[in-house]
Design a protein around this ligand. Structure first.
Ligand SMILES: C[S@@+](CC[C@H](N)C(=O)[O-])C[C@H]1O[C@@H](n2cnc3c(N)ncnc32)[C@H](O)[C@@H]1O
Length: 136
């Protein structure tokens, strides 16, 4: 049921802003499982998720790390940042541009990420400075 509701959300957001939404469906569970496979599972890895959308990868990251990750999710769309905050109170969800990642990490006293999971193939942002590890 949630999957259908989320697909509806994607279609609406795609109509509203196709450039940033970049898809009409959320990622599948199979893709999410493949995306998180390389994340370290020992200790409390710092995991950055860029463009979490409705949370397809968010849930997979939490499951893969057993909820032990220091998980920062950076979402540009305020409606989805709000939705994700409600769905995953255990995740540090911030409504921001992925290009500000270096500052967002510094604000939290995090020198680096152990893993970065990107929810988009390319960042749809105006030209400008890029965060470490993000190629718009
Ligand atoms: C193709 S969707 C992927 C959503 C989700 N990760 C999934 O796989 O179902 C791309 C996501 O990236 C977000 N996004 C696009 N540009 C962004 C930016 N500059 N900073 C942060 N998020 C961005 C969009 O709002 C959207 O949630």
């Amino acid at each position: 049921m949630t999957a259908w509701v989320d697909t509806g959300r994607f279609v609406r957001e795609f109509v509203r802003d196709p450039l940033h939404t970049a898809s009409v469906t959320p990622s599948s569970r199979a893709l999410a499982a493949a995306m998180v496979r390389a994340i370290p599972t020992t200790g409390s890895p710092v995991v950055v998720e860029l463009g979490p959308g409705t949370g397809a990868f968010t849930r997979a990251i939490q499951e893969h790390t057993g909820g032990r990750a220091r998980h920062l999710a950076v979402e540009l769309n305020p409606r989805w940042a709000q939705l994700l905050t409600e769905r995953h109170p255990e995740v540090d969800v911030v409504q921001a541009d992925a290009r500000d990642l270096a500052r967002l990490l510094a604000d939290r006293g995090l020198p680096a990420a152990d893993a970065v999971v990107s929810g988009s193939r390319g960042w749809r942002t105006p030209p400008g400075p890029t965060a470490a590890g993000c190629t718009p």
